[in-house]
Design a protein around this ligand. Structure first.
Ligand code: 5GP
Ligand code: MN
Length: 374
């Protein structure tokens, strides 16, 4: 379509419509609330709470932050006493800091010691909440909103739907239950959550996901800004470092693994913030030769964060869980003590699962060995 043929857009980039379409199960796509989840119980505890805290997992991704902010914006809209935060390092990548309501998120230091109702987002277990585990332990009521299959329901009220494309879908179903007006701000947060957790509509992108996305855009979600800010822009230093990370990628044909790493020195020498390296593993995942992509990233304390991505044959969530982490079938992670140990965990877990292959003995020629070698 030529630019002139595009439908009229508002300054915010969405179609102007007088009123966002209301939820009407007969005609509106939107999220299904027929999951058997206790939405009524969640609505009731939130409605009667004298203080509500919202927290998501450490290093929020667009689903964690977008699902949190969707409910945050809805509660602010209803004049409810809400405080939102996420664990240290209290840092959002530039790509997320613009999401509506992000400026109202408080540092963990300013989060109330106790809240009546604490709601967690996109965290499969209490450990993912870091310092907010304490608050979860002490909240009168804990509401858990998530879509990880490994989430065993650690709250008093558990809105956990492993079939939901994003945690945002679960929030959308809750908002529908609460009869909340879906403003452009809320729709944008939910759209960011959905777009991220479907790999920008590359997986779980069935008809219901796509019609839900279309409905969010109809409600005013700024889909162009989500695409541009989250995936369409990065500091030059982060792009240069990504180039290095890709150049030193190593392929091990025997276990069908492509891997690379980021050290603390890399961040310093390129002037890059760690939060700008969250998506590097997605680039590694593109290597068609490998079933599994793995990125090892050094943390400030010397521990190593392992990010795993797959192509369907291996359950990486289960694999990461064996090393103290978790995640989804094709996207998972864990943290361990050193590059050497991280690498041993990954290669040791993949070796027994390797498909037999005639040339499965040595890594590809030309690989550059890095700090992950023991
Ligand atoms: P990423 O590699 O992008 O950090 O995470 C990919 C997926 O694995 C996400 O769904 C994330 O929530 C999950 N994940 C990553 N690290 C951990 C971890 O240490 N523990 C658990 N339970 N899940 C993790
Ligand atoms: Mn998620």
């Amino acid at each position: 379509m030529s630019p002139d043929a595009r439908p009229p857009q508002t300054a915010a980039g969405h179609r102007s419509s007088p009123e966002p379409p209301a939820f009407d199960p007969a005609v509106t796509p939107g999220p299904s609330a027929d999951t058997g989840l206790p939405f009524a119980a969640a609505e009731a505890v939130i409605a009667s709470a004298s203080s509500i805290g919202l927290v998501c997992h450490v290093n929020p991704d667009p689903d964690a932050l977008g699902s949190l902010l969707a409910l945050h914006n809805a509660l602010v809209q209803q004049d409810r006493p809400v405080t939102s935060s996420f664990p240290r390092p209290f840092k959002l990548s530039k790509g997320l800091a613009w999401l509506p309501g992000a400026g109202e998120i408080v540092h963990p230091e300013h989060f109330p010691e106790t809240v009546d109702v604490l709601v967690t987002f996109d965290a499969a277990d209490l450990e993912r909440l870091h310092e907010f585990k304490h608050h979860a332990d002490h909240a009168s009521t804990l509401v858990v909103i998530d879509h990880h299959r490994t989430n065993l329901g650690f709250g008093h009220v558990n809105l956990v739907d492993p079939d939901a494309a994003s945690s945002g879908n679960v929030v959308a179903a809750l908002l529908r239950h609460m009869d909340v007006k879906i403003t452009p701000a809320i729709a944008t947060c939910l759209y960011a959550a959905l777009a991220a957790d479907t790999g920008r509509f590359s997986f779980r992108a069935d008809a219901s996901t796509l019609s839900y996305a279309a409905w969010l855009v109809d409600c005013g979600a700024d889909s162009s800004r989500v695409a541009e800010e989250i995936w369409g822009s990065a500091p030059l230093g982060a792009l240069r470092l990504l180039g290095e990370v890709l150049v030193r990628a190593e392929f091990e044909s025997d276990i069908s693994l492509v891997s690379s790493y980021v050290t603390n020195m890399d961040l310093v020498s390129h002037g890059v913030d760690r939060s700008d390296t969250e998506d590097y593993v997605e680039n590694l995942r593109m290597a068609v030769e490998a079933e599994v992509a793995c990125l090892y990233r050094e943390l400030p304390d010397g521990h190593v964060k392992v990010s795993l991505r797959g192509r369907g044959r291996i359950d990486l969530g289960a694999m990461a869980a064996r090393h103290g982490g978790g995640g989804h079938h094709d996207a998972a992670g864990f943290t361990t003590g050193s590059f050497g140990h991280a690498r041993a965990c990954v290669t040791g877990s993949l070796a027994p699962l390797a498909s037999p292959s005639p040339s499965a003995t040595s890594p590809a020629p030309g690989i550059v060995r890095g700090p992950c070698d023991t």
